[in-house]
Design a protein around this ligand. Structure first.
Ligand SMILES: Cc1cc2nc3c(=O)[nH]c(=O)nc-3n(C[C@H](O)[C@H](O)[C@H](O)COP(=O)(O)OP(=O)(O)OC[C@H]3O[C@@H](n4cnc5c(N)ncnc54)[C@H](O)[C@@H]3O)c2cc1C
Length: 372
């Protein structure tokens, strides 16, 4: 059995997408543009324009705020398909959507709703700078210090260590820690006085994601800008996507599938590829089934952290298998093989829960047990 793209049935998508043809075309357009855009030190306007044309920045916004409220299983599938075209584009979108989820989790905050409407109208791009509250301790536990400034206001000083799309974003969801250890989560326009967006970091891959630090110097926020807290674990909101959330694994699965699809094209006349390709496609099919079971909320679905561990392993193996098969030619910067292999490394460090990272290192050392 083969898919409509002529790929083995094991690489088939599972959800019926009413806009299948449009999204398949968009994925192909992203793929065509990605080689030019991904490693440049500038905002990937052409990639983002493709996402805007198909309405992607509005998929996670409810209709009452002008969005299209895509059901999660279909959303996840679209993420996977488009990530196969451009991981850069979908990584930026994932951070934009993470910000939207945090705005929605604020439950009726008028400021959050204004931003949601502006984003849905295409007037604003959002992102998150929250890793200092989750997976990053690069700048210490109080990377952003919060001090009450009276009448429900707060003053923020410090640095968000990682913000994707920072140089383009109009609004960032971030948080900080009060001296008593409690945290707050706030919505912050990037043109607020005291906000400085630094130059993007030079990265090993995904340079066009425009990831940088954002510094805050005496930035004042109103009570209305506070989305959650003060509380102990301000990000622990049901429904909000945390580290190692399903969406991170979906991007890895999409990147892995692109490498496998490229391997399929090489396979005719390369008998040595047949068996490993079949095994990798089996792995992808099983991973995808687990991702979709989790997206549909099925009872007994694999835990997102375990899915992330599997996705990290597969994306690394699939992209390296393709690079190996392409030999020296695949190592040329003009070829996607090397780019995909570099991009796969990103999943080892991005939003990766500590148990997943620890299990990966143990696996590399040949030690058991891993998460899988
Ligand atoms: C390209 C990119 C884009 C990102 N985009 C975003 C974004 O848009 N929004 C967002 O919120 N986050 C983002 N992140 C952050 C990401 O989710 C993780 O938080 C980040 O990768 C964690 O790395 P760190 O170096 O900050 O980790 P840290 O835990 O701070 O580690 C820093 C250093 O400390 C050392 N170290 C770690 N643990 C220990 C230990 N137990 N003992 C001794 N030393 C230790 C490590 O060797 C490491 O080099 C991004 C990250 C990357 C790489």
């Amino acid at each position: 059995m083969t898919t409509s793209e002529g790929l083995p049935g094991k690489l088939a998508w599972s959800e019926v997408d009413p806009d299948e043809a449009m999204h398949a075309t968009a994925a192909a357009e992203l793929a065509a543009e990605d080689g030019r855009a991904a490693d440049r030190d500038e905002w990937p306007a052409a990639l983002w324009a493709i996402l805007r044309r198909i309405g992607a920045p509005r998929w996670t916004i409810p209709e009452e705020f002008g969005g299209t409220a895509c059901p999660r299983p279909l959303l996840v599938q679209r993420y996977g398909r488009l990530a196969g075209g451009s991981l850069t584009a979908m990584f930026i979108l994932s951070q934009h959507d993470a910000a939207i989820r945090r705005l929605l989790a604020a439950g009726g905050s008028p400021v959050a709703e204004q931003w949601l409407c502006a984003i849905a109208r295409g007037e604003a791009i959002a992102t998150v700078g929250i890793s200092h509250l989750t997976t990053s301790r690069r700048l210490g536990t109080q990377a952003i210090r919060v001090v009450p400034a009276g009448s429900g206001r707060y003053r923020l000083d410090g640095t968000m260590p990682w913000v994707t799309g920072a140089t383009k974003a109009d609004v960032v969801i971030t948080g900080g820690v009060l001296d008593d250890g409690r945290q707050i989560l706030v919505v912050l326009a990037t043109d607020r006085p005291g906000v400085t967006v630094c130059r993007p970091f030079p990265l090993a891959a995904l340079q066009a994601s425009c990831t940088s630090e954002i510094r805050l110097e005496g930035v004042e926020v109103e009570e209305a800008d506070v989305l959650a807290g003060p509380s102990e674990q301000v990000l622990a909101h049901p429904g909000a996507v945390g580290t190692g959330g399903l969406e991170t694994s979906v991007l890895a699965a999409g990147q892995a599938r692109a490498a496998l699809a490229a391997l399929v094209e090489l396979a005719p006349g390369r008998g040595e590829l047949a068996e490993p390709l079949d095994a990798l496609c089996d792995d992808w099919q099983s991973l995808w089934a687990q991702i979709m079971a989790q997206a549909r909320g099925e009872a007994g679905a694999m835990d997102p952290s375990r899915i992330r561990g599997r996705a990290n392993g597969l994306v690394t193996r699939a992209t390296q298998a393709y690079l190996t098969a392409r030999k020296g030619t695949g190592f040329l910067r003009t070829e996607p093989a090397q780019r995909w292999a570099r991009q796969a490394l990103f999943f080892l460090v991005w939003s990766c829960p500590a148990p997943v990272a620890q299990a990966a290192i143990r696996d590399l050392a040949g030690l058991c047990p891993s998460l899988d």
